[in-house]
Design a protein around this ligand. Structure first.
Ligand code: GLA
Length: 626
């Protein structure tokens, strides 16, 4: 009886959440990009050095090499196609007269005649990232969208540089979305704002989840936060539930064939981009491709995993000692499974049927070896080279839903955090501006920089205990600026102001402090900046001058996290489901995200959390047990 009740409950929950997911996915439907866009982009290989002759040669090569037939349709110009200054005397964008003498319309005609589509690049600020005067679309959104349409452009990548103060990222991207919707031509909208935000799936067809990719396996510690292949995989995997037909997470363009990584590493980039239903934009010189590069970019069976019509982003189900198993459910009921080896030597990795939601015997095909491996019961193991990935297609009988595993570095938000501990500047819950970036500080560790006037950082649930009366921060600055400490909102109660004195260098850090009005208990703290500063950490001192014990930032302090009893009423029931539903599909950083509901600690409120609640449905928890 209990089992029947559980199954009915689970069934109801799945229906409710399928509806919610469908609603929440709410992708902007311009009928484009029903599968992840595929093509080529000029940036990774040519950077700002692009011209008409070379782009036409690329178009020719896209056809002659079989790239077009494999699905790579978009030929995308990146930054620096514009003249300098970029606008004519009437304010219309124009291409560089020397490098693109025939103009973009002629180039689009050439590309279209080859059966390809043309993509172009713009920016929401005043100038693109290579600082061509007048090249930004700020204030020119409608006019520029119509210009692109009149040229026959099919795809716009819209970047995030040179943002005037007072701009709001969401407003800017939505302005261009509306402009594209009204420009009279279907144009794929690619948001390039270097991080995920929850409004993106309803605003664009794809959105970058990472800063720029570099041609390396691991770029941890890069001065601009740029990412290597493995870093991009980890960042992009946080937003699995946001992807679906018409709307895709974008871990940036492919580096395959650019020589900075091994063949195995490039095979991993292709494998994991396809497992994650990512846009596939080749970034190499397709006029001159080595066979190994062709073998990777043109593997149609692996591409089919990316382009599967169900449009599900695959996810990690197991991670142990650098060996990972990922699964992507496919439209025909089979599963793509990736065995990823992060280690520096070969490993044998096993996909257990129980991890990937399969029962009984199953047929296994290796998509890189292009070989049927036979029928297996319970599991399949393969030796995977260092930094390599094996991709399998597994077909079996009845399929169960596998449970996503935690990301490798789950970071539960501390609730509350002690004001008297050293609060790392980058561990904020919310920020006012996308321009703020995590930076490596000269004295080790990381902090935040690229702060502008009016920006603020939010630290939720800071515990000031029985009272704090002074503030201390480690700062580096070339200017004298103010950091206001406010409660509950950016114009809330002012506790005090740290008048930062310039330290002579952006890398020379000094402790600077100020006294503040006495504050007690748990509060949301806002650090509001009057100008640029690099901030490493800060802390408060108590009224009695006795620092309170530091709460370990990695230890969740609310046992309710593990139970699923979200409203703490002693029973796991529909009330908890409704709470989860309201926050469903939010990710850490969203307003609706609450770490208390993130039962799997994967930085997202998603189906995995529902499954935990469903498995405990109607269980009574005594208050003492909490
Ligand atoms: C930004 C983008 C890159 C590229 C360059 C061009 O850095 O993230 O993908 O478009 O600008 O300047």
């Amino acid at each position: 009886m209990k089992k029947v009740l559980f199954l009915v409950t689970l069934g109801t929950l799945v229906i409710v959440f399928t509806m919610l997911t469908a609603l929440n996915a709410g992708a902007w439907d311009n009928s484009l990009a029903k599968t992840p866009p595929m093509g080529w982009n000029s940036w990774n290989i040519f950077h700002e050095k692009i011209n008409e002759t070379q782009i036409k040669q690329i178009a020719d090569a896209m056809v002659s090499t079989g790239m077009k037939d494999a699905g790579y349709i978009y030929l995308n110009l990146d930054d620096n196609w514009m003249a300098n200054p970029a606008r004519d005397s009437n304010g219309y964008l124009r291409s560089d007269p020397t490098r693109f003498p025939s103009g973009i319309k002629a180039l689009a005609d050439y590309v279209h005649a080859k059966g390809l589509k043309l993509g172009i690049y713009g920016d929401r600020g005043t100038m693109t990232c290579v600082n061509v005067p007048q090249s930004g679309s700020k204030g020119y959104e409608d006019r520029d969208a119509k210009t692109f349409a009149s040229w026959g452009v099919d795809y716009l990548k819209y970047d995030n540089c040179n943002i005037p103060s007072g701009s709001d990222m969401k407003t800017d991207y939505q302005k261009m979305q509306t402009a594209l919707a009204n420009c009279g031509r279907p144009i794929v909208f690619s948001i390039c704002a270097w991080e995920y935000q929850s409004w993106m799936p309803t605003t664009g067809n794809l959105w970058r989840t990472t800063r720029d990719i570099v041609d390396q396996w691991d770029a941890t510690g890069h001065p601009y936060g740029f990412v290597g292949i493995i870093n991009a995989i980890d960042q992009n995997s946080k937003y699995t539930n946001s992807a679906g037909p018409g709307a895709w997470n974008d871990p940036d363009m492919l580096e395959i064939g650019n020589n900075g990584c091994t063949t195995e590493e490039y095979r991993t980039q292709m494998s994991m981009w396809c497992m994650m239903a990512s846009p596939l934009l080749a970034g190499n010189d397709v006029r001159n491709m080595a066979q190994a590069t062709k073998d990777i970019l043109l593997n149609k069976e692996v591409i089919a995993v990316d382009q599967d019509p169900a449009g599900k982003q695959g996810y990690r189900v197991k991670s142990s000692n650098g060996n990972e198993v990922w699964v992507k459910p496919l439209a025909d009921g089979t599963k793509a499974v990736a065995l990823l080896n992060r280690n520096s030597s070969a490993s044998t990795i096993t996909a257990n049927w129980s991890d990937i939601g399969i029962t009984g015997s199953a047929a296994v095909r290796d998509l890189w070896a292009k070989a049927d491996k036979g029928t297996f019961n319970g599991s399949y193991s393969a030796s995977v080279p260092s930094h390599g990935t094996v991709v399998l297609k597994i077909s079996s009988g009845p399929l169960a839903t596998p449970t996503p595993a935690q990301t490798p570095t789950p970071a539960p938000t501390p609730i509350p955090r002690s004001a008297f501990s050293k609060l790392e500047a980058e561990n904020y819950n919310d920020i006012s501006s996308s321009s703020i970036q995590k930076i490596d500080t000269a004295n080790g560790g990381s902090g935040v920089g690229y702060i502008e006037m009016g920006n603020y950082l939010v630290y939720k649930n800071i515990d000031f205990g029985s009272g704090a009366n002074s503030f201390k921060a480690l700062v580096a600055d070339l200017l004298n600026i103010n950091i206001e400490l406010r409660l509950n909102n950016p114009t809330g109660t002012l506790l005090g102001t740290l008048k930062v004195t310039e330290t002579g260098d952006w890398n020379t850090y000094q402790e600077q402090s100020c006294s503040i009005n006495n504050v007690k208990g748990v509060n949301d703290l806002y650090l509001v900046f009057s100008g640029p500063v690099n901030l490493d950490w800060f802390t408060f001192e108590g009224v009695t001058n006795t620092p309170a014990p530091t709460i370990n930032v990695n230890t969740p302090t609310q046992p309710v996290v593990a139970t699923g009893d979200l409203n703490n009423d002693g029973v796991i029931n529909m009330a908890d489901v409704i709470i989860l539903a309201i926050a469903f599909n939010s990710v850490r950083g969203d307003i609706s995200y609450n770490p208390l509901y993130d039962l799997t600690h994967d930085d997202a409120i998603n189906m995995a959390d529902v499954i935990i609640i469903a498995s405990k449905f109607n269980i009574v928890i005594t208050k003492n047990a909490l």
